[in-house]
Design a protein around this ligand. Sequence first.
Ligand SMILES: [Zn+2]
Length: 177
Amino acid sequence: MNDLVYRRETCRLCGSSALKVALPLTPTTLADAYISVEYLHEEQPVYPLDLYLCGDCGFSQLLDIAIPQVIYLDYIYETVSSLGLVDHFRRYADEIAAIIRTPEKALVVDIGSNDGTLLSFFEERGMDVLGVDPARDIARKATASGIETLPKFFTYELASQILNERGPANIVTANNL
Ligand SMILES: [Zn+2]
């Protein structure tokens, strides 16, 4: 353990402390934390990955939590690299546009917008778009490609800032999870 990871003592869902290891797993590096060949001799940090089960509500979960800054600031995964996901987002934007009759130039905010793929389809439909993603390089590239992306974690303060700057009306959230 170090200051980059902390341990929960209660269930994320019901708050119970009746938690038992259901699947012990070997500590591992962060997902997508690839390194180049010249660093292969260096030891990478690993994080506990045991899966716990709540005895009260049955929810399975990790209790060892890497802090978000470790996971996301230099995150390298990009939406466009997942086969089929781009088409899914195109269809998803069509479905949302059909269900929600948005005013012209409505603002669509994608929290965890990654490379802006989903927002690009809303932009094609004439909406204003704004991405929020703490992955610095990905946010910079998305902005450079025309999808304005704030390189930040989504917080209450940031939500207030967006509302103040872009107006409370005409905002649609698009969560791609
Ligand atoms: Zn529980």
